[in-house]
Write a protein that binds this ligand. Structure first.
Ligand SMILES: [Fe+2]
Length: 194
């Protein structure tokens, strides 16, 4: 189950319907689907894409996306920090960032152009979400540094990050409410502006 946190308001939303309603004015759609038991832990990319073909087709029809691939990251992934450093600075894309999480978890921070406060969306297996083109955002993994997600694209070149260099991301650290193998206090700090 995803959660939304608005640090400046000291507010957290965990109900799926309330999350969808909160995100909708920001052009973000959110939906959950049941993924429990549908794939083994060692499933390869092709197997993942085949297993979720129905959802992928639905997402393509919804947003006009034409291609899908799989991103599969664990704490053992070589050069993981280099990879994460590309995503954890505030940026925009020329096209939607669409993710269907099938394993693990992560946190999107959104900095709305509307002037509304920054909010964090924690996503986990079963969560489908889009970050609309042009939205200021950044992404972090949770303490277990594991995520497997299906990505959908109009064209992959459109997903190149355009960094804002605002430094806003430096004021937040990712809060992950969900379970983790790492004891409290050894992972990330609470997500509060500093
Ligand atoms: Fe992004």
């Amino acid at each position: 189950m995803a959660s939304v946190t608005i640090p400046q308001q000291n507010r957290t939303i965990t109900d799926s319907g309330e999350i969808a309603a909160f995100l909708q004015p920001h052009g973000i759609w959110y939906r959950r689907t049941d993924v429990a038991g549908r794939l083994g832990p060692r499933a390869g990319d092709a197997e993942i894409l085949a297993a979720y073909d129905r959802e992928i087709t639905e997402l393509k029809e919804r947003g006009g996306y034409v291609t899908a691939d799989v991103i599969n990251v664990t704490a053992d992934t070589p050069n993981l920090d280099v990879m994460l450093n590309k995503f954890n600075k505030e940026h925009r894309h020329d096209e939607d960032e669409v993710r269907f999480i099938v394993h693990g978890r992560g946190v999107f921070h959104i900095n709305p152009d509307s002037g509304d406060p920054v909010f964090a969306i924690e996503v986990e297996a079963g969560d489908m979400i889009n970050v609309p083109a042009g939205t200021r955002h950044w992404f972090d993994l949770c303490a277990d540094r594991t995520i497997r997600a299906i990505r959908l694209f109009l064209e992959q070149a459109g997903w190149t990050p355009h960094y804002t260099e605002s430094g806003v991301d430096e004021s937040y650290v990712p809060l992950c409410l969900g379970p983790t193998d790492i004891p409290p206090g050894e992972g990330f700090k609470p997500s509060v502006p500093i």
